[in-house]
Every structure is written in structure tokens, then in C-alpha cells.
Design a protein. Structure first.
Length: 274
């Protein structure tokens, strides 16, 4: 019952938040778009420094809702992280079932037809999250990316333009861990292919020897990895399939996501296209 109530709140609270933030100026024409998405992440293996590769049965369910205001947005993300019990996989001892709610917000600034700056963040607002265990359900962090793109396309293929893009950025969480982000992608006729990589410059290197970071081991891992994703856009829907491979301290996870986004006004930049 708590999970159902939390999902309902994840859909209703952003609207109330907008009314609080913009009591005098929030008119129908200010709301540019609405987005809702559900994703399921499955993790069957994880790699940890000085431990090796472990078999696990971890699952992360995410329900997201956003209301766009031109080039900015505000929303909520509810996450339910769980695992299969009684499988006798030693890796499952690192994770406990959790759920939680995060407030999200972001803004992108377009410099020209080829450059824009994307910024977004998450803040935990509900949930008894324990960042020292592998299935912590909420995060407080901030991400900034410089995106390079071509809004006119660089070539024509079968009568449709090809749109390449790339980005360089960073992600900083509440514990001061700094990750470098790098990505590139291509979009054509509703189909997208995306390659991304991340590398943490600091954080917990060995989960069995966290030192002074015993209270935030897994949320503060010094990790590194890369992912490959395929997207397909059909009218207001976006299907996203991504496979992540952890090179250092992370899970080899696969994510399936279905997103619905309806635009009322001029389109803000879509995350599915970088």
C-alpha cells in the first residue's frame, strides 16, 4: 500500500509545487510540456574492487514525472529498489529493499545552433535511505553538461536528416564525489544510438575498507563504466534500452524505459536526443 501511495504522490506533487513556486505567474501557456516515464533496471552482476565479480539479483523500478516550463522543468522521481530473496547469491548480502522520493529540476541554455548547456539535479525529500548499502533508493546530486549538436542535421539518409550530438560534463553528489561524463549519439528517423562513459575521480575505492566513509559506502563509490543505449521515438512515446558495463565498482545493469512526453508549446530539448 505504501508503494501505491508513493506512486500517486509522484504524479500529483509536482503540480502542487508549481503552484507554490509560481502563485501569480503560472498560467496555462507557461506549461510547455508534460513527461511521465517508467523504467526497470535489472542487475545480475556487479564488480567490486578487491572482491571481484559477484552474482546478484537486484532490481530498480523508477517512476518519473516532469512538468516543463520552456527550457526548464520540475518534477519528482519515485524509486523502489529490491532484490530476489533466498537465492543464496553472496552479492545479495550487500543490498536491502528500499524506496524513496526525489525532487528533480533542470534548465538548459542554448548558446547557438550547435551548443547548449544542460543542468539538472535531484534532492531526496522522502525515504529512509541508507547510502552504505547497495540498493539505496534516493540520491542528492547535480549534473552539468555542455552539449554539441546540429539542429539542421549533417546529412540525409533515405530522405531523412541525420542528427549527431555529443557532450562533456560532470556530476557531483552530496558526499563530494565528482564524476566526469562523456557521451556521443546519433538520431535518425526516430531511431537513436548513444554511447556514454563515466569516471569518478574520488570516493570509496574498496567497499570492505571504506575508512571514514562507512556511512555512505555505495552512494559514494569511486566507479567507472560505459553504456550503450538504443532509443526509438514514436509520436509522444520514447522506448529506451540501455546496457551498462562497470569497469570499476559498479553493476552490469540493463535498463528498459518507456516515456510519454506531450508538448503544449515550443519543444524543449529532449533527453532522448542528448
Amino acid at each position: 500500500m505504501n508503494i501505491i501511495v508513493s506512486m500517486v504522490l509522484a504524479f500529483l506533487l509536482p503540480t502542487g509545487l508549481l503552484i507554490i513556486l509560481f502563485p501569480n505567474d503560472l498560467h496555462a501557456q507557461r506549461v510547455s510540456d508534460f513527461k511521465a516515464a517508467y523504467s526497470l533496471m535489472t542487475i545480475k552482476q556487479a564488480t567490486l574492487e578487491k572482491v571481484g565479480t559477484l552474482e546478484v539479483d537486484f532490481y530498480r523500478h523508477n517512476l518519473e514525472m516532469e512538468v516543463g516550463l520552456g527550457q526548464s522543468f520540475v518534477g519528482l522521481t519515485y524509486q523502489y529498489a529490491t532484490k530476489k530473496h533466498h537465492t543464496n547469491k553472496i552479492g545479495n548480502t550487500f543490498g536491502n529493499t528500499e524506496d524513496g522520493l526525489m525532487l528533480t529540476a533542470g534548465y538548459n541554455h542554448i548558446f547557438s545552433k550547435h551548443f547548449r548547456l544542460d543542468g539538472n539535479g535531484r534532492i531526496r525529500i522522502w525515504g529512509d535511505t541508507k547510502p552504505q548499502q547497495a540498493l539505496y533508493a534516493t540520491e542528492t546530486d547535480c549534473r552539468l553538461k555542455l552539449v554539441v549538436f546540429d539542429e539542421d542535421g549533417v546529412a540525409m539518409l533515405a530522405g531523412a536528416p541525420v542528427f549527431p550530438s555529443g557532450y562533456l560534463g560532470t556530476n557531483v553528489n552530496r558526499y563530494g564525489r565528482v564524476q566526469g561524463l562523456l557521451g556521443a549519439g546519433i538520431w535518425w528517423k526516430g531511431l537513436g544510438l548513444h554511447l556514454a562513459g563515466y569516471n569518478a575521480f574520488n570516493g570509496v575505492n574498496e567497499v570492505l575498507k571504506p575508512g571514514t566513509n562507512a556511512d555512505n559506502i555505495f552512494a559514494n563509490l569511486k566507479n567507472r563504466g560505459a553504456s550503450l543505449a538504443v532509443t526509438y521515438e514514436f509520436y509522444d512515446f520514447l522506448l529506451w534500452v540501455r546496457q551498462n558495463h562497470a569497469f570499476h565498482n559498479g553493476g552490469h545493469d540493463r535498463t528498459f524505459s518507456l516515456q510519454y512526453q506531450h508538448f503544449f508549446q515550443k519543444q524543449r530539448m529532449n533527453d532522448g536526443k542528448m
